[in-house]
Design a protein around this ligand. Structure first.
Ligand SMILES: [Zn+2]
Ligand SMILES: [Zn+2]
Length: 94
């Protein structure tokens, strides 16, 4: 009886289980920097053309309504609903 050393059948490796990783149910992370990514979430504009961001509380003014924010020198300029033009990208120089 001849033995063939190399003719042995190699035992098949065990079939790996199909492990489906659990998906974390977080659509997106809310960061401190949301505004930088998604834009500020402005409150209703007041009559003077000012508002604040409800997320970061920054003062915002509309440069078309007023020249500058009456209270805050560092307020940022965003066109208000009346002045923003949807067809153009909002490029407001600070
Ligand atoms: Zn903001
Ligand atoms: Zn305006």
């Amino acid at each position: 009886m001849q033995q063939n050393l190399w003719g042995e059948k190699i035992p098949r490796p065990r079939k790996k289980k199909n492990v489906i990783p659990l998906q974390t149910a977080t659509p997106y992370a809310i960061t401190d920097n949301d505004c930088a990514y998604f834009g500020h979430t402005v409150r209703a504009w007041d009559l003077a053309g000012c508002t604040i961001c409800i997320d970061c509380q920054i003062n915002i003014f509309c440069p078309q309504c007023i020249a500058k924010h009456p209270q805050d020198e560092t307020a940022i300029a965003i066109l208000c609903e009346r002045h923003e033009e949807p067809e153009e990208s909002q490029q407001v120089s600070a």
